[in-house]
Every structure is written in structure tokens, then in C-alpha cells.
Design a binder for this molecule. Structure first.
Ligand SMILES: [Ca+2]
Length: 213
């Protein structure tokens, strides 16, 4: 397909037929969605664990992994991150991972994030354990040593069983801006800015003196 950047930006969601040698290639089409990003593309490091997850396996414990989806403006969802599988464990601690704020929420900290916990199965038909909803704003609550936690809910169980509480608890142990970034922001950027201000000042002084002469 061919289109201009202007078409994508103005239409926000542009669908066009795929072309093969100038002719349409069957019924295939491609859709391009444009979203406005904040100019600030920081990244954060998230560290999740869970406890008391439902046991979905017959001869052993569940093998949990966590998926985080961001909800797009058109109600579609997009996978942001999938953790590794922790085998045979109802209280898993997944490896911490880094994600850019733009890919997580397009810089919109109130954008809904859907998180799903699965029990991995070797046949590929992973079992749904439960889900919860959050936002980056909520996750940021786990900065500076505080934890944030959510009940992991299986809606089917909730609808069927009155005594149902949850299918486990998912905990965000840490949401941190990597130390290097903080150092850059706290110390280096003021230095860089200071240097650039001095250079600009010198340049403007030279210009003034040239204009006078
Ligand atoms: Ca399993």
C-alpha cells in the first residue's frame, strides 16, 4: 500500500487494500493507527510477583506468566509485555522488566491497562487464572519502596460462586526509573543546560559586538 504521512495523521485510523504489482492482493488490507505521543519517552522498570494463585494443573502447581495490555483509543488492546513462565509455583516472582512509558500508555497515565495471569501449558492451550485492571498512575504508587497490589479475578468464578474472593493476589513490588536516568536528570541535564546557556550567552554577546561594530 502507499499513503502519505499526512493521510495517516489526519485520519488517525487508515485502512487500505494491499497491492501486488499495482493490483489488489485478494481481500488483504492493512490498517495503520496514529496516536499522539507525549514528547517524554522515559522508561520504567516494573517488578511483579503473585501469591496464592489458583492451581490449574492436575499433577503439579500452575506455571504462571503475566501479560500486560494497553487499551487503545479504539477499544482494541495491544500487548505491552509478557513475562517469563515460572514453573510449578503458585507464588511466582517474575523477573523485573523495562518498558517505555509511551509503549505502556502513550504518556497518558490514566489509560487503562489490562493485566492477565495465565497458567502455561505445554500444548499451547494456556489456562486463564485471572485478570485485573490498572493504570500507569496506579503503578507509579509502587515507587520508593511501596507495594501496590490487585486481586486477580476470574469473572466466571465470581459469577458462579458466592463465596469466591479471588484467584490470587498480584503485587507490584517496584516501579522505578532506572538510576542512570535519574542521575542524568538530576545532575547531568542541569550541567548540559548550564553549558548550553553559557555557549548561547557567548554567541549572543559576539553577535551584539559585531552588530555594534
Ligand atoms: Ca500448567
Amino acid at each position: 500500500m502507499e499513503c502519505t504521512l499526512g493521510q495517516i495523521v489526519s485520519q488517525r485510523k487508515l485502512s487500505k487494500s494491499l497491492l501486488k504489482h499495482g493490483n489488489t492482493a485478494g481481500k488483504s488490507s492493512i490498517t495503520v493507527i496514529a496516536e499522539e505521543l507525549s514528547g517524554n519517552d522515559d522508561y520504567v522498570e516494573l517488578s511483579f510477583s503473585a501469591r496464592k494463585l489458583d492451581d490449574k494443573d492436575f499433577f503439579s502447581k500452575s506455571d504462571p506468566f503475566l501479560e500486560i495490555f494497553r487499551m487503545n483509543d479504539d477499544a482494541t488492546q495491544q500487548l505491552v509485555h509478557r513475562t517469563e513462565v515460572v514453573m510449578n509455583n503458585l507464588n511466582p516472582a517474575w523477573k523485573s522488566f523495562k518498558v517505555s512509558v509511551n509503549s505502556l500508555c502513550s504518556g497518558d497515565e490514566d489509560r487503562r491497562l489490562k493485566c492477565i495471569v495465565w497458567d502455561w501449558d505445554s500444548n499451547g492451550k494456556h489456562d486463564f487464572i485471572g485478570e485485573f485492571s490498572s493504570t500507569f498512575k496506579e503503578m507509579r504508587g509502587a515507587m520508593e519502596g511501596r507495594q501496590v497490589q490487585w486481586e486477580c479475578i476470574n469473572p466466571k468464578y465470581k459469577a458462579k460462586k458466592k463465596s469466591y474472593k479471588n484467584s490470587g493476589i498480584v503485587i507490584l513490588n517496584q516501579c522505578k526509573v532506572p538510576a542512570f536516568e535519574r542521575i542524568l536528570c538530576l545532575f547531568l541535564l542541569p550541567v548540559i543546560n548550564n553549558v548550553s546557556v553559557k555557549i548561547f550567552w557567548k554567541w549572543s554577546q559576539q553577535r551584539k559586538s559585531k552588530v555594534r561594530s
